[in-house]
Design a protein around this ligand. Sequence first.
Ligand SMILES: *Cc1c(COP(=O)(O)O)cnc(C)c1O
Length: 296
Amino acid sequence: MNQHLNYHQSKLQELQASLLEDAGVQLLVLREDLNHPFVSGNKWWKLKYNLEEAQKLGHDTLLTFGGAFSNHIYATAAAAKDVGLKSIGIIRGEKNLPLNPTLEFAESCGMQLHFVSREDYRKKTESHFVDQLKNRFGNFYLIPEGGTNALAIKGCAEFAKEKIRPIDCTHVCLPVGTGGTMAGLISGLEGKPKVVGFSVLKGGSFLKDEIESLLGSSTHHNWEIQSDYHFGGYAKQTPELIDFIGKMKQEHNLALDQVYTGKMMFGIFDLIKMGSFNRGSIVLVIHTGGLQGSGI
Ligand SMILES: *Cc1c(COP(=O)(O)O)cnc(C)c1O
């Protein structure tokens, strides 16, 4: 019997602030971070159909890739354990002991960690490198770095249809790494409401092409990428960002992380301040989870 991941119902949280009243903008946060204690937020939806596919194909092991603080590694390790699969994590860079909390958790879920040099890590999509991994570890179901593939997009499209569509809103905002989640939302929402992605990487302009290629023929046009809120690049942070995250926690009881959701929310408030959202806008913010690495 195949086991499935548990899903906990998320909730909708409305933020109240004078800035929002002045701008005539309603801000709703879909607390998808609450959907699972360990496989939280978008990672739940990205893994759902990959887990099913691995089981359908008769695999007993998942293998995936990530950095030492990766939410994807953390979520995959927990998900594999939940559904009774083994897991292997190919980790970028040297092994440092003691393991950080992300990797320590992954290992406690039974994930076998294998550290590779940055140079080798770059080869992760080459078939020769994957063959070497098969020689070493035996057969496995491969999930790419960040978990983005066609089945991840299918899961995120389902999330959009089931959980976002019933909510009356004019905009849907989310943080963007690889673009897999955003591609799924665009595909599931089919052009309405508008999808606004906040790139957490510097030079996020390549993301537009990336998302178009992930969407293939199912492209819809009502979406855009904001690329001014990366705060210096992936996992980079500034005192201003940390201060903002502290205020969100204190004033709205809303925990955000520094890598993804904090940058997005800073961007949303900044755009509202600048009058970028029309009066009467209802902005739905997707809390994609990721609190594991943030120490909150
Ligand atoms: C992984 C992650 C993202 C990025 O998702 P992509 O599909 O790679 O764009 C966004 N938010 C959080 C919290 C994440 O963990």
